[in-house]
Design a protein around this ligand. Structure first.
Ligand code: URA
Length: 278
């Protein structure tokens, strides 16, 4: 008798395990479909089609915000413009334009200061300008930038709603990784930008942004997916769009991360920040 009830118990447990397994599988499939709809396959198809039809169309000009749009854009057209913030950003940009603290100022074509809404609730921080950004003087305008735009749109926002900046304001030659000295000399521009914009939430894209703002050497793989805190501001860490172009399977993880940012901004996700970056 005892044996029979043990057997039944075990069967019930394994049925529960199967249910749990199925439910987690369903959740993963749902996340995958949502992500593919948001910035998955389409992002790549769009890039490829644009290239095939007309290379000029592949130019990300449509995403570029000019200084005028910085001054005139306001989310939902409702937030009053803050002239003082605009002026502070302009002064900081001029200071960065004259900066010669490291050798990158000699090799760059243009300063890539930052772009977007000076009253943004969400601010993205990337690594450093690449070739396209260096040529156009705007962050995230190349292929990785197009994917970032898709990610922003996938959470129901526009590029004009957010602010986008990098750790480094000048392109490292040949797109090499930023050097520790360059980061140390350049970071104050970024921290001042954050201080002026005062976003409700930050999103660090990739290793360099995350490690710089959290002052840690922990790998992005262990930092991503949860809110940390930078100077009292909740900060999500996620993979860099350029990494996603090489590792499209990880786009699902970025979708999970960015949904948390969306839900936090919508007030439906209370943030338990993690100050321990490890
Ligand atoms: N990668 C970045 O980190 N920043 C850019 O502006 C473009 C590509």
């Amino acid at each position: 008798m005892k044996k029979l009830s043990e057997l039944q118990d075990r069967q019930i447990h394994s049925l529960d395990d199967v249910k749990r397994g199925l439910s987690s599988l369903l959740n993963s499939v749902k996340a995958r479909i949502e992500m593919e709809k948001g910035f998955g396959v389409d992002a790549f198809l769009a890039t490829r089609q644009n290239k095939a039809v007309n290379p000029a169309l592949n130019s990300p000009e449509k995403h570029i915000l000019t200084e005028t749009s910085i001054a005139t854009a306001s989310p939902g057209g409702q937030t009053p413009l803050n002239k003082e913030q605009i002026q502070l950003l302009e002064n900081l940009k001029n200071e960065a334009a004259g900066c010669q603290k490291c050798s990158l100022s000699k090799t760059r074509t243009n300063l890539v200061f930052g772009v977007g809404n000076h009253k943004a609730e969400l601010m993205f921080v990337g690594e450093a300008p690449g070739r396209d950004e260096d040529l156009q003087g705007e962050p995230f305008v190349g292929r990785a930038g197009q994917l970032l735009t898709k990610i922003i749109e996938a959470i129901g926002m526009k590029r004009t709603d957010v602010y986008i900046a990098n750790v480094l304001k000048c392109r490292p030659p040949g797109n090499r990784s930023p050097l520790p000295d360059e980061i140390a000399l350049c970071t104050s521009y970024l921290t001042k930008q954050i201080d002026i914009i005062k976003p409700k939430v930050l999103c660090a894209l990739g290793t360099f942004a995350a490690q710089t703002l959290l002052n840690t050497k922990a790998p992005v793989g262990t930092l991503r997916g949860r809110f940390h805190e930078y100077q009292g501001i909740p900060m999500m860490v996620t993979y860099h769009p350029a990494y996603l172009l090489r590792n499209p399977n990880d786009k699902v993880k970025v979708w999970e991360d960015i949904k948390k940012v969306r839900d936090f901004l919508a007030g439906t996700l209370p943030v338990a920040t993690t100050t321990q970056p490890g």
